[in-house]
Design a protein around this ligand. Structure first.
Ligand code: NOJ
Length: 759
C-alpha cells in the first residue's frame, strides 16, 4: 500500500472510530480540512453525489423511519446516497433517520437536518419584519438563540433563516419574513440572527447552522408577485440587494440558499456569477449553498434548462451545492460527470463544503448529538414565553396618538374590544410558524382583560369574521365579504363604551410564501365595520395585526390612535396590553414605509432624486397627480408616550479622508413626563456619484433610554466604509466629494450638516 493511502486511512479511522463516543477532537480549521480531504478521498462518485441530495421527511414527522418517505428513499439513506433531510422533527425521528445512515452506509457520513425555524420553533416570536421594528439587535440575537435551543430539543440542527432579502414592496407576501426595505438594517439584523443561531462556535451543544437566503434578488419580484421575474440592474443588485449577504458571509453563516427568481434572464439557482464568482470567489465564503425547494428543476419551467439533467448541469456549474427535494442531482449528476459534462472537481468542492458544515457542527464526533431527549427536559418554555413578551412589546410601533388616548388611563370605566382579530389566538402566530401551535397566542382581548383594574369593564364583540376557510400554510384563504351579522352587536357595544379598541388587520396566512396581494388595505368587511363604529364612538384605538405595511389612509385621517402590532407571536396579547396600558412605553420604529395608496408600491425612503424631483407649478415632474408621492408613515417612524427633542448636529471636522474619520455628535432630551427609549438614526447622502446615489441611506443607529428631563449626547463615528458604494468602476470604494449627514428619530424629521471626503 502506498504511503499516502496509508496516511489517509489512518487519519480517517481516527475520526470515524470516534462516532458516538462523544470524544472531543480539536476542531481547528486545518484539522477539519485534513479530515474532509481524507473522507472525500475514500468516497465513490455516487456517495459524493449523495451528499448533495436533500430529501423531505414529511411535514410534521414525529414517527419512525418508515414514515420518512418511500421505500426507495429509505434504501437510499441506507446506501449513503442522501446528505440531508428537511422537515424531520423530533429527536426520535432524527435518530431513526440517522441510524439508517450510520448503521447501514459504507461511509457513515451523518445527515444534517434542516427546517424553517423563522421566528421561533415552539415559542413564537414576532414575525421578522415586526421584530426588526424593535431595532434591538441584542433582543433579536436572543430570540434566535431561544429558537436554536428549542430546535435542538427537537432534533433540528439547521435553520433556513435568516431571510435577508431587502424588500420594498408591501404586496409581496414574504415581506413579513425579512427586515424590510433597508440594506443596512437588514444586514445588522441578519448578523444578529446568525450569531443567535450559531453562537460563537457551531460545535457548541445548543447551536444550529443558519442560512442566509434567498440568494439573490427574491424580494424584488416584479409587481410584488411571489416567484415573479426580477429585473435588477447592476447598481441595485450591488448596492441594495447584496450587502446583507456579504455581511452574512463575513459573519460566518454556515449555509446560503439560492432563490426561485431569475435576475435579468438568469435564474439565481443557475447564476454562476452570484454563486461561484462572487460568493465563493471574491467573498471567499466556505459554507455550502442549498437550492430552494426544487429550484434546480424549476429552471425547466423558467425556460432555461431543457430537462432535469440539463438543470443539474447548469446548477452545479453555477455553484449550487445541494439539491433540495428536486431530484435533479440524484438522477443526473453522476452521469454528467461520467460523460465529461461536469468536472468531478466541482462535485468535490460541493461535497467538501457540505462535509465542512457537518464537521463544524460536531456531527462526525457524535452523529446523535442533536437527537438527545434530555435537551427538552432542561428547557423552560415558560421562561422563553416571558422573553417573547418583552421582545414583542419592543416590536410595537405607535403611529398616532391624539388626545393622548394612550396609554389607557386606569380611570376608564368601559372598554369595548372589537374586531375579527380581537380574540383571535391564531393570527398573531403568523405564517412560517414552525411548531408554534395553532390558536396558541394570547389574544388582545385576553391581554387587555389581564391588564385592566377591576373597575374597568371589558366587553368584546367580533363585529365580522375575516377568513371563511380553513387556515393552512398551503391553502388559499377565502375572505368574508358578505356576513355582517355581527355588526349590530359591535355597534351597540361601542355606543355604550368609553373607549373602543378595534383589532383589525391580516389573518396569519395573508402574508408569507405565495401570499402576494394586489390590495393591502383592511380585507373583507373590516373597513366598513370600522367606519360604522366610528359613527357611534370616535374614541378608537386601532390595533393592527399585520404581516406587511398596510394601506390605512382612512384610519390615519379619521382615528385618534393607531398601533402597529404586526403578528407578534405567542405572547402577542400581553405585549399589546403592556403597550396600551403604558407598562411598556413604545419604542418601535417602522422598518418599511407605509404607503398612502397601494399604487405607490414599491415605496422606499432611500430612493433616487430623479432628474425632476420638483418642477414649480407644473405637473411635469416625478410625482402622482392623485396622491402625494411620499409615505403616509415613513421608514424609521414611531412615536413614544414621551417626546424627544434633538439638539443641533455637530461634526468634529468638515473634511475627512481614509485616515481621519469624523465624529458626528447630537444631544437628545426627553422633554416629556415618562421614561422612554429612542432609536437615534444616522443617514448619509453622497451628493454626486459616478452612479446616482439615494437621497439618503441609513448608516447607523443607537438606542438611547432617557428619564424625563434627561439629556444624552450620542456620537456616531463616520467611517470610510459608510461612504463606500459600488461605483462605476465596479468596485466598492469612496468617491471624493460632498456628503450630507442627517440624524433624527425617523427618516424624514432630521437634523443635518455636511462634510467633504478627499483622499
Ligand atoms: C421554499 C422557501 O422559499 C424557502 O424559504 C424555504 O426554506 C423552503 N421552501 C423549505 O421549506
Amino acid at each position: 500500500m502506498k504511503k499516502q493511502t496509508l496516511y489517509i486511512i489512518t487519519l480517517l479511522l481516527s475520526c470515524l472510530t470516534t462516532f458516538g463516543q462523544n470524544s472531543k477532537i480539536p476542531s481547528s480549521i486545518e484539522n477539519i480540512e485534513m479530515k474532509i480531504d481524507s473522507v472525500l478521498s475514500l468516497m465513490t462518485l455516487e456517495e459524493k453525489v449523495g451528499q448533495l441530495v436533500q430529501y423531505n421527511g414529511s411535514w410534521d414527522l414525529t414517527g419512525p423511519a418508515s414514515e420518512l418517505g418511500s421505500k426507495q428513499k429509505e434504501d437510499n439513506l441506507k446506501n449513503g446516497l442522501v446528505g440531508s433531510m428537511l422537515n424531520v422533527l423530533s429527536v426520535e425521528a432524527t435518530r431513526e433517520a440517522q441510524k439508517l445512515v450510520m448503521e447501514n452506509s459504507r461511509m457513515k457520513i451523518p445527515l444534517i437536518f434542516g427546517y424553517d425555524v423563522i421566528h421561533g420553533y415552539k415559542t413564537i416570536f414576532p414575525i421578522p419584519l415586526g421584530e426588526t421594528a424593535s431595532w434591538d439587535l441584542d433582543a433579536m440575537e436572543r430570540s434566535a438563540r431561544i429558537a436554536a435551543i428549542e430546535s435542538v430539543a427537537e432534533g433540528v440542527n439547521w435553520t433556513f433563516s435568516p431571510m435577508i432579502d431587502v424588500s420594498r414592496d408591501a404586496r409581496w407576501g414574504r415581506i413579513m419574513e425579512g427586515s424590510g426595505e433597508d440594506p443596512y438594517l437588514t444586514s445588522v439584523v441578519g448578523v444578529a440572527k446568525i450569531k443567535g443561531y450559531q453562537g460563537d462556535d457551531l460545535a457548541g451543544d445548543l447551536t444550529i447552522a443558519a442560512t442566509a437566503k434567498h440568494f439573490a434578488g427574491y424580494g424584488f419580484a416584479e409587481a410584488g408577485r411571489d416567484y415573479n421575474t426580477v429585473n435588477l440592474g447592476e447598481n441595485e443588485l450591488q448596492n441594495s440587494v447584496l450587502p446583507p449577504f456579504k455581511a452574512a458571509a463575513e459573519a460566518g453563516v454556515a449555509t446560503f440558499m439560492n432563490s426561485f427568481n431569475e435576475i435579468d434572464g438568469i435564474p439565481s439557482t443557475g447564476n454562476k456569477y452570484l454563486q461561484r464568482d462572487l460568493l465563493k470567489g471574491e467573498w471567499d465564503w466556505k459554507g455550502f449553498m442549498v437550492s430552494d425547494w426544487a429550484s434546480i428543476t424549476e429552471m425547466i419551467d423558467h425556460g432555461f434548462a431543457k430537462d432535469k439533467k440539463h438543470a443539474a448541469q447548469i446548477a452545479m456549474n453555477a455553484g449550487s451545492d445541494m439539491d433540495m427535494e428536486g431530484g435533479a442531482y440524484e438522477s443526473s449528476l453522476a452521469e454528467l460527470v461520467k460523460e465529461g459534462s461536469i468536472e468531478e472537481t466541482l462535485i468535490d468542492d460541493a461535497v467538501k463544503r457540505v462535509l465542512r458544515v457537518k464537521f463544524k457542527l460536531g456531527l462526525f464526533e457524535d452523529p446523535y448529538k442533536y437527537s438527545n431527549p434530555d435537551v427538552k427536559k432542561n428547557i423552560s418554555y415558560e421562561d422563553h414565553r416571558k422573553e417573547a413578551r418583552t421582545i414583542a412589546a419592543k416590536s410595537i410601533v405607535l403611529l398616532k396618538n391624539e388626545k393622548q388616548l394612550l396609554p389607557i388611563n386606569n380611570t376608564v370605566k368601559s372598554i369595548a374590544v372589537i374586531g375579527p382579530l380581537a380574540n383571535d389566538k391564531d393570527a398573531p402566530i403568523g405564517n412560517w410558524r414552525a411548531q408554534g401551535e395553532a390558536n396558541s397566542a394570547v389574544s388582545v382581548l385576553e391581554g387587555i382583560k389581564g391588564a385592566v383594574n377591576k373597575n374597568t369593564k371589558v366587553e368584546y364583540a367580533l363585529g365580522t369574521i375575516l377568513g371563511t376557510s380553513e387556515r393552512s400554510f398551503l391553502l388559499p384563504l377565502d375572505i368574508n365579504t358578505s356576513d355582517r351579522s355581527g355588526f349590530q352587536a359591535a355597534i351597540e357595544l361601542a355606543k355604550n363604551s368609553e373607549l373602543v379598541v378595534m383589532v383589525l388587520g391580516e389573518d396569519a396566512f395573508q402574508a408569507g410564501e405565495g401570499r402576494s396581494q394586489a390590495k393591502i388595505g383592511l380585507a373583507g368587511l373590516q373597513q366598513e365595520l370600522l367606519e360604522e363604529i366610528k359613527k357611534v364612538n370616535s374614541n378608537i384605538v386601532l390595533v393592527l395585526i399585520n404581516g406587511r405595511p398596510m394601506e390605512i389612509s382612512w384610519a390615519s385621517e379619521n382615528l385618534p390612535a393607531i398601533v402597529v402590532a404586526w403578528q407578534l407571536g405567542s405572547e402577542s396579547g400581553n405585549a399589546i396590553a403592556d403597550v396600551l396600558f403604558g407598562k411598556y412605553n413604545p419604542s418601535g420604529k417602522l422598518p418599511v414605509s407605509f404607503p398612502r395608496l397601494v399604487g405607490q408600491e414599491p415605496l422606499y425612503y432611500n430612493q433616487k432624486n430623479t432628474g425632476r424631483p420638483t418642477n414649480g407649478e407644473h405637473v411635469t415632474y416625478s410625482h402622482y397627480t392623485d396622491v402625494k408621492k411620499d409615505a403616509l408613515y415613513p421608514f424609521g417612524y414611531g412615536l413614544s408616550y414621551t417626546q424627544f427633542e434633538y439638539g443641533d448636529l455637530s461634526l468634529s471636522r468638515t473634511e475627512m479622508n481614509s485616515e481621519n474619520n469624523i465624529e458626528a455628535t447630537i444631544t437628545i432630551k426627553n422633554t416629556g413626563k415618562v421614561k422612554g427609549k429612542e432609536v437615534v438614526q444616522l443617514y448619509l447622502q453622497d451628493i454626486i456619484g459616478s452612479r446616482t446615489r439615494p437621497v439618503k441611506e441609513l448608516k447607523g443607529f443607537q438606542l438611547v433610554e432617557l428619564e424625563p428631563g434627561e439629556s444624552k449626547t450620542v456620537t456616531f463615528p463616520i467611517t470610510t466604509k459608510m461612504l463606500e458604494f459600488y461605483t462605476a468602476n465596479r468596485v466598492w470604494e469612496v468617491e471624493d466629494g460632498e456628503f450630507n449627514i442627517f440624524v433624527g428619530g425617523n427618516s424624514i424629521d432630521l437634523k443635518s450638516s455636511n462634510f467633504k471626503f478627499k483622499n
